[in-house]
Structure formats: C-alpha cells, structure tokens
Design a protein around this ligand. Structure first.
Ligand SMILES: Cc1ncc(COP(=O)(O)O)c(C=O)c1O
Length: 471
C-alpha cells in the first residue's frame, strides 16, 4: 500500500485566535483579504476603532466595556435584539440533542414546521414557501415563481425607481442603482416606474400586454424610508387583478412586524401574489429567508413532479438550526407582542423626532416612517456652510460631501455611544431600525443624544467631525 504524503496544516487561526484578534490585526486582514475600499469608509466614520466583544438586547458591548445603543439594528435584521435568551436556549438545546442540519435526502420536520408557521402568519392564500438563506435569494425565488406563473408571453417585469431588491444578477436587474448595476449584463425585459405612482403603472399595464409581474418594496428602505399611501396599494391590487399582472411584495426589510403589522402591506388591507422575508426571520442568529407565494401560482410554476425541482431547495435551504431559530423567533414575536410594541414605540419615536424637527428646522428636513422603520432626513448643508469650512469638507470623501448624516452618525457613535444606519441612495437620510424589543427608555436615550448633538449647530458638528479625523 502506498503511503499518502502527510499534508501539513497551513498556518490557520483557531476560533479562539479569531475572538482574540486585536484591532490592528483585524484591520490588516480586512484590508488584505476582505474589502479595502469598505475599510476606507469605516475609517472616515471612526467605526474601525471599535471591536465588538458581546451583544445583548439593545446593545453592542465593545473592547472597553462600552455599551453602544443599537438603533441601526442590522438594517432590520434584529427584531429580537442581540442574543435573545429564548433564541439562544432553543439553539443550544437543538445542538445538545445532536439534531441534523442538512436535510436534502429526508423530509425535514424543521423546514415543514417553519413553512406551516409562515403560511399561518401570512394572509389570504399565501401558503407555499421556499426557504433560502438571504434576502436576495428569497427575492430571486419570488421573481422566478411569478415569471413562470405569468408565462413566457408575459415576461416583462415592472419595478420602481430607487428600489433595492438585492445584488444577485436577477434581482440586481430590478434594483435601481447605477452604482450597484455597474456594467453587468442584466435581464433586459424590465420597466422602471416612479415609486408610488399609480398612473405610471396603469399607463404601463395598458400600453404593454407583455407585462406579467410587478416587483415593489412595500416600504423602500435603501431609497430612504419611502412609503406609498394605502390608496396606492389598493389601486395597485385592483390594477393587477384587471390586467392579470402578478404583484411581488418585497418585505425583506419592512416585514416581520417592523412596520407595526406583520407585513407592511397589511396596513392597506390587500394581499400580494408573492412576498419575501429575510433579515429578522433569522432572529438575529441565523441566515434564513423565505419566499411565500399564493398556492395556485406556486402550483402553476412548480406543482408537478417534473417541475418541482426547477427551483427546489438549495443546499442550505431549510437547514435545521436556522429553521428552529426562525420558528422560535416567530413565536417570540407574538408571545411578547412585539408587533404592537413596534407600532407604539415607532409612533412615540416619530413624535419625538417631529419635536426635534421643530426645534432644529435648519438641520432636520423631514422625519417619516411606519412602526420602527423611520427615516430622518437632513438638510443639504453643502451650500449653506460658512465659506471658511467648505474647503475642509471638500477634502473629505466624495460620499460625505453635503451629507450631514455621515457626520452625525460618526459623532453619535463617538460621543454618545449610539449606532445609526445610513441609506444607500440618499446620503442625507439616517435609517432608524432598532430592535422591536425597544422600550420608551431607549427612545428617550436616543432622542436625548441626538438633541444634544444637534444643539452644537451645523458648524459645531462639522468642526467636531473634522477634529475627530485629525486625531
Ligand atoms: C428590501 C430588500 N430586499 C432585498 C434585500 C437583499 O437581502 P440580502 O442582503 O439578505 O441579500 C435587502 C437587503 O438589504 C432589502 O433591504
């Protein structure tokens, strides 16, 4: 028997090494092996100085035991906060019982139960579920099921200006960002209309019988927390019925109770033909996403044995621990009344932000949102800043010019231990998507921090930001 040569173990870091990495090494590996360009922005905002050691509830805890209030909420991925004890317990028990994860050969009790729960929380006959592991994957599944049900003669897809549906190639074709679309070759049978413009949609449907699908976020996240009135969704439903166009509602960010209803479209009392969830479906501990379709649509697309695997589960679709994590999350959502809490705390936060807008009209341009999905838009100060400060600001990165939200986000973290999120397409909007476990004391702490920061005035804020860069 030939002896196989011994394979030497490469110089691998262990799990304990990973946990113990210091900031210089984290920075070095990030720059050399992950994303040097992104590091540039992290440095600009001062986020590169923080090493998170733990996270619990509404807070991250850094290397200096500093508690950072999380109003970013992973762009809506943390409905249950960080490391919810019930989620942890369910996962630990699942591991201790040595449950199986990959279930492609057998029926999975976990995937079946999660699908049943999703059908239970979804209105109308949104009953058929595909499980995946990212919002993009769920949205790909949503667009594909609709395309197959609409048929080859109705292959045109309508989407909205300022939309964000993910970065995989199919949904990138429905994502309205020149930056993200780059020069990739995308699906060409698409039509872009202004968000919330029912006349544009009616005209498109009437003019082009090849349109078979319309894809819309119910609340635009990346576009800057933009909603459409209830009447828009009701008219959209009627138009889709009239023209037999399938409506795909992207609820990846605004679903799971964030808007104050399980799905944001429920505010309008209408039901889409297909929808998608991700982010908080993973309960902050797992990568879980779902497409949920009307049963007749699903059956038309994949209902027969010879069509069943056209878009069947991928390797990690319905993986065990992620499924039970999502099941526990859904139960917590209702047991702890988090959807109602989102509506109540969201209304409270909005009211307090409106008061701040009255106090600082030269700084805050608009506040808007539903539930705990709130946008705070600042005035463009690039032209109003005193002449002396303009050259200082102009040497900063292009992305931050005229964008007060970058300065405010950086200073909220540095001076007030508070984290907020930015918005892809509108750099003047801060996105507030705290966990749905947020209580009024957290809202008060956040608004007090913002009030104190805005009290420095635009010039003070810019000067303090610039000073933080030279340190
Ligand atoms: C509305 C919406 N759809 C789809 C996606 C894509 O999700 P993922 O990043 O998990 O692929 C996102 C992510 O931000 C989103 O906000």
């Amino acid at each position: 028997m030939n002896m196989a040569p011994k394979i030497t173990k490469p110089n691998l870091l262990s799990v304990e090494d990973a946990k113990a990495l210091d900031l210089p090494h984290m920075t070095e590996y990030f720059k050399d092996h992950l994303n040097p360009g992104q590091l540039h922005f992290m440095k600009l905002l001062g986020f590169n100085k923080v090493k998170i050691e733990r996270a619990e509830g509404m807070y991250y805890i850094d290397q200096n035991d500093r508690k950072i209030l999380d109003f970013f909420g992973g762009f809506g991925s943390l409905a249950f906060g960080h490391n919810h004890p019930r989620v942890l317990d369910a996962r630990i028990k699942f591991q201790q019982e040595k449950r199986h994860e990959i279930a492609m050969a057998f029926l999975s009790q976990y995937a079946s139960a999660l699908a049943k729960n999703l059908a239970e929380v979804s209105p109308g006959d949104l009953d058929m579920v595909f499980l995946g592991s990212s919002g993009s994957e769920a949205m790909e599944a949503a667009v594909k099921v609709a395309e197959r049900a609409a048929g080859p003669e109705r292959s045109r897809i309508v989407y909205a200006e300022n939309s964000f549906h993910g970065k995989t190639k199919g949904v990138l074709s429905l994502t309205d960002s020149p930056l993200y679309r780059g020069e990739f070759r995308l699906v060409d049978e698409t039509l872009c209309v202004p968000f919330g413009d029912i006349d544009a949609i009616r005209n498109a449907f009437e003019a082009d019988p090849r349109i078979g699908v319309i894809v819309l976020e119910t609340i635009q996240g990346g576009g800057g927390i933009i909603s459409a009135p209830v009447s828009f969704w009701q008219e959209l439903r009627a138009l889709c019925d009239k023209h037999e166009v399938l409506w795909v509602a992207d609820e990846v960010q605004c679903g799971m109770g964030r808007s104050g209803r399980f799905y944001a479209f429920e505010h309008a009392g209408v039901v889409p033909d297909v929808t998608a969830l991700a982010k908080s479906l993973g309960a902050g501990k797992s990568a879980m996403a779902a497409m949920i379709a009307r049963r007749d649509i699903y059956m038309k697309a994949y209902g027969k044995p010879n069509t069943a695997l056209i878009h069947g589960p991928a390797t990690f679709g319905g993986i065990g621990e992620a499924c039970i994590t999502a099941i526990e999350g859904l139960n917590i959502l209702y047991d702890d009344d988090l959807i109602a809490n989102s509506a109540a705390q969201g209304a409270y936060l909005l009211k307090k932000l409106e008061a701040l807008q009255d106090k600082y009209p030269k700084i805050i341009k608009d506040v808007r949102g539903q539930g705990l999905m709130i946008g705070l838009e600042f005035q463009d100060f690039s032209q109003t800043l005193p002449m002396v400060l303009r050259p200082v600001v102009s040497v900063l990165d292009d992305k931050l010019k005229g964008s007060l939200s970058g300065f405010i986000g950086a200073l909220l973290l540095k001076d007030y231990d508070t984290l907020v999120a930015f918005t892809e397409y509108n750099r003047n909007v801060i996105r507030l998507e705290p966990p749905l476990i947020c209580m009024s004391e957290h809202v008060d702490a956040f608004v007090d921090a913002l009030d104190s920061l805005l009290g420095r005035g635009i010039v003070g804020i810019v000067k303090d930001f610039v000073a933080s860069q030279v340190k």
